[in-house]
Design a binder for this molecule. Structure first.
Ligand code: NAD
Length: 296
């Protein structure tokens, strides 16, 4: 049994921490939200009074926080001053490459092992322990990192050195944002053309319009029972989070001099949907924009 500190127990972290408990590990959990912490405790985690307390005697620390500023602050103020040197620190949040590299630099300078290990697979994958992890770390640490990640993962791939996991993640999510928008546009057009949505799903899922956005996360309620579209787009992957990732991709593209016009369009459309009030809804709710409806 390993002692794991888990910081950030939201839509993703809650399910991930529960899978560490199921694998037989002792999980000391902390979140600023009492509701999130209570949910983790009911899944078998032990509540810590603070992140600093949670990490004190941990063998590994996993963070699943909203954005770069949260990760930088929790590392600087809670984790690095309180964890034992040598502890394995795995940040699974999606953050900017620069923050990941800055945190890695501080952590390794103080004798810790670190990985940026963002994930793909959504809240359902977090719950089921079937996430894909993309890891940026020193090659020699990868085996230990893979072992810590295993109870939460269907696949763990080393992307490269520090920051490479985040680079892979923002490229992946740029594809996801653009394919979700294309899928939603197609459903809205199918509706206008009088085509039955279930029939369109059946055809496109077996044709060249197939994608993860369609067959694993269908924005139209019905065809994929586990998709947030069947729960009024609650939970899942918030529009505000998708917008954050698309902004990260655009910032990275500008710095690298890469042309990403579809990524830029996707960012603009998610920014609009966010401004119209859709920020807390799952990102597949952007379907409503193309159907001409305001977010509920
Ligand atoms: P969330 O908002 O549901 O959860 C984040 C949690 O972090 C919240 O419970 C919040 O209270 C907590 N938190 C914030 N600051 C904290 C602090 N200083 N100390 C302790 N807890 C703190 O977000 P989420 O959907 O779980 O996403 C988390 C990360 O995973 C994000 O970086 C997101 O981009 C990424 N991600 C999300 C999904 C998804 O489908 N939701 C998929 C892949 C990656």
């Amino acid at each position: 049994m390993t002692r794991i500190a888990f910081i950030g127990l939201g839509n993703m972290g809650g399910g991930m921490a529960a899978n560490q408990v199921k694998a037989g590990h002792e999980v000391l959990a902390f979140d600023l939200s009492d509701t999130a912490l209570e949910r983790a405790v009911s899944a078998g985690c032990k509540a810590a009074q603070s992140a600093a307390v949670a990490v004190k005697d941990a063998d590994a620390v996993i963070t699943m926080l909203p954005a770069g500023q949260h990760v930088r602050s929790v590392y600087a103020n809670e984790i690095l001053p309180n964890a034992r040197p040598g502890t394995l620190l795995v940040d699974c949040s999606t953050i900017d490459v620069e923050s990941a590299r800055a945190v890695a630099k501080d952590a390794t300078a103080q004798g810790f092992r670190f990985a940026d290990a963002p994930v793909s697979g959504g809240a359902a994958g977090a719950e089921a322990g079937t996430l894909a992890f993309m890891v940026g770390c020193v090659e020699a640490d990868f085996a230990a990192i893979e072992t810590v990640i295993a109870p939460m993962a269907r696949a763990t791939i080393r992307a490269g050195d520090f920051g490479a996991g985040q680079a892979a993640k923002i490229c992946n999510n740029m594809v996801l944002g653009a394919t979700m928008i294309a899928t939603c546009e197609a459903f809205a057009l199918a509706e206008k053309l009088g085509l039955d949505a279930e029939r369109f799903f059946e055809i496109a899922s077996k044709s060249s319009g197939q994608s993860w956005s369609l067959t694993s996360y269908c924005p139209w309620p019905g065809p994929v029972p586990a998709a947030p579209s069947n729960r009024d787009y609650e939970g899942g992957f918030a529009t505000a989070m998708m917008l954050k990732d698309l902004k990260l991709a655009q910032e990275a593209a500008a710095k690298a001099g890469a042309a990403t016009p579809l990524g830029a369009q996707a960012e603009g459309l998610y920014a609009l949907f966010d401004r119209l009030g859709g920020g807390a809804k799952d990102f597949s709710a952007i379907l409503e924009l193309f159907r001409g409806n305001a977010p509920a």
